[in-house]
Write a protein that binds this ligand. Structure first.
Ligand code: S3P
Length: 169
């Protein structure tokens, strides 16, 4: 399989970078969050609110599986898509995994501007970001074939760096 899979925390620019990268490589762009919303016929906050996180994760596994079964795509994943072992393996086997890594300070800034992220909806967003990051950083690192430190880089620059690196492998 020759997909490029973008992973990383909420707000790390996976969708923005993914669309540019897909254009550069002439690959199809797919976003697992949008696939989930299409499948459920409702928004992500609605799914969390009406059916709970567990149902969201089930839908996420279904769409990850179907995305992994196709080829020549840039797949932008949700920040929690690597949590389930099954998704992790499926993504790893379907192509090259690229981790868009951001420092904690920048993540705290960026997540302050995000909307529609139920996991960050509580009162203390910063504590929540730190907690989730502590749980997930190791998984992102473990899943990644390529890691890009994206602080201070424009999406187009990041996409160009990825295109160059995947081409060389
Ligand atoms: C989530 C990240 C979101 C979305 C959902 C859960 C997570 O995607 O899948 O709100 O668990 O980190 P983005 O990473 O695209 O924001």
């Amino acid at each position: 399989m020759s997909n490029i899979i973008l992973i990383g925390f909420m707000g790390s620019g996976k969708s923005t970078v993914g669309k540019i990268l897909a254009d550069l490589l002439e690959y199809e762009f797919v976003d697992t969050d949008r696939m989930i919303e299409e499948r459920a016929g409702r928004s992500i906050p609605q799914i969390f609110d009406e059916q709970g996180e567990e149902r969201f994760r089930e839908l996420e596994s279904l769409v990850v599986e179907s995305a992994c079964a196709r080829d020549r795509q840039v797949i932008s994943t949700g920040g929690g898509a690597v949590l389930r072992q099954r998704n992790f393996e499926c993504l790893k086997n379907s192509g090259q995994v690229v981790y868009l890594r951001l420092g904690e300070e920048e993540l705290l800034r960026r997540t302050g501007r995000l909307k529609g992220r139920p996991l960050l909806a509580g009162a203390d967003r910063k504590a929540r970001v730190r907690e989730l990051l502590a749980e997930r950083s190791g998984l992102y690192e473990k899943a990644a074939d390529i890691t890009i430190d994206t602080d201070n880089l424009e999406p187009g620059t990041i996409a160009g760096m990825i295109a160059e690196r995947v081409g060389r492998r």
